[in-house]
Design a protein around this ligand. Structure first.
Ligand code: PMP
Length: 408
């Protein structure tokens, strides 16, 4: 049985809308995914039948809201193969990475080293730059290869005995390259360093996956990129590591006992969830995790491999189009960055939107140091999820062919 892309796509109400009578070719998935009916329904059901604050109310509605929030944490934990008390709900991947940089970072000492890479999103760079400025830690860099992968041959040189953390993207939001986690974990273990992965791009691709089995210590991702609402994300951390970390944000819920002059804190994960959390958003993320579990992943993978091959073959046949990223489907996500000779990325995207109904993204993709490494100001980026079809890819390629023929 093959993958029924039409039936899969039908689960996403927004993709049935045809602005101006045209189909929507939504290829900006690396920025935000669309939400299936199952997730939308779960959010509406929560807001219409269980809306109340969590942990506080002495009433049945409050109990139902608390159960729903706890249930969401369990669904997310099940999805990534970890214990629920290791799942910290945050506002998104950015919130998760800032939490790690502040809280784990505060345990580091001047002269300790953190290894990052040229592939990082600003969210996994600037929080560490700020930590460096506050704390005197040193940042070291894994460079990038010409095809947009981490140059892991540098690990021997970059990871020294002073290294306390290696914080890398699990997959690049620009080039689509997937990181060889085993090599990174081996290098970290050799010097007793922790490993953090920014999974914002990897998390939406595939069904349940074994985060704990990767051998890393932290994993960050956002709900809105994996079929769930905005305003929710996760920092997973090994329980013993989280238990040693001080709070980041402070306020309600995160306490054990508060006196006028001091406070003690709740154990993780609540220690890191100050204030009223994004409850319906968490419920939506839990629903997305359960929905992902019910999908036919071997069939979806074959569908995605087909789309990636179609995309790469099509791009290779277009004169003046340069791919910034791996040219084969091995160890990459369906995230394609490119430049068009003689045309600004923004101009290309506008032309494809207006002329072909293709939604793309242009710019530096919050990865300016990577743009510097490639010597470009920005790229056009097309990114796919399983609801995309061959027609979406062809609309993009047709549009690019139109733009390049006009550029010539
Ligand atoms: N890391 C990566 C690799 C990303 O692609 C993004 C989003 N573009 C982020 C972090 C930040 O995610 P958010 O804006 O949802 O916090």
């Amino acid at each position: 049985m093959g993958f029924d892309a039409t039936a899969f796509r039908r689960q996403f109400p927004i993709l049935a809308t045809e602005p101006g009578g045209r189909p929507l070719h939504y290829l900006d998935n690396a920025a935000t995914s669309q939400m299936p009916r199952a997730v939308l329904d779960a959010v509406v059901a929560h807001e219409t039948t269980r809306r109340a604050n969590v942990f506080r109310g002495n009433h049945s509605l409050g109990d139902a809201a608390t159960d729903a929030y706890d249930g969401a944490r369990q669904s997310v934990a099940g999805h990534i193969g970890v214990s629920p008390d290791e799942v910290v709900f945050t506002s998104g991947a950015t919130g998760a990475l800032n939490l790690a940089a502040h809280s784990f970072g505060s345990l580091l000492e001047s002269g300790d080293e953190i290894v990052l890479s040229r592939l990082e999103h600003h969210s996994n760079l600037i929080p560490w730059q700020l930590l460096r400025d506050r704390h005197g830690v040193m940042l070291r860099e894994i460079p990038v290869t010409p095809e947009g992968r981490l140059d892991l041959t540098s690990l021997d040189r970059v990871v020294t005995p002073r290294c306390r953390l290696i914080a890398l993207t699990h997959a690049s939001n620009v080039t689509g390259a997937i990181t060889d986690v085993a090599a990174v974990v081996a290098a970290a273990q050799a010097v007793g360093a922790r490993v953090l992965l920014d999974g914002a791009q990897r998390a939406p691709h595939g069904g349940p996956f074994d985060v704990a089995g990767l051998g890393v210590d932290f994993y960050a991702f956002s709900g809105h990129k994996m079929y769930a609402p905005n305003g929710i994300g996760v920092l997973w951390g090994r329980h013993d590591v989280l238990a040693e970390m001080p709070p980041f944000l402070a306020g309600g819920h995160m306490i054990d006992r508060v006196r006028w002059d001091r406070a003690s804190y709740a154990p993780p994960p609540l220690r890191f969830e100050a204030g009223t959390p994004p409850i319906a958003q968490a419920v939506g993320l839990g629903a997305a995790a359960r929905w992902l579990k019910t999908q036919d992943w071997p069939a979806i993978r074959a569908h995605m491999d087909g789309l990636m091959t179609r995309m790469l073959d099509g791009l290779a046949s277009l004169p003046g189009v340069r791919l910034v990223g791996p040219a084969s489907i091995e160890h990459r996500l369906p995230v394609f960055s490119l430049t068009v000779d003689g045309r600004e990325a923004q101009e290309v995207c506008r032309a494809l939107d207006h002329g072909y109904g293709v939604a793309l993204r242009s710019g530096h993709h919050c990865a300016q140091p990577l743009m510097d490494a490639f010597g470009v100001a920005g790229t056009v980026r097309a990114s796919l999820l399983p609801y995309n079809t061959a027609e979406d890819v062809d609309a993009f390629l047709d549009g690019l062919a139109g733009v390049t023929s006009r550029a010539a």
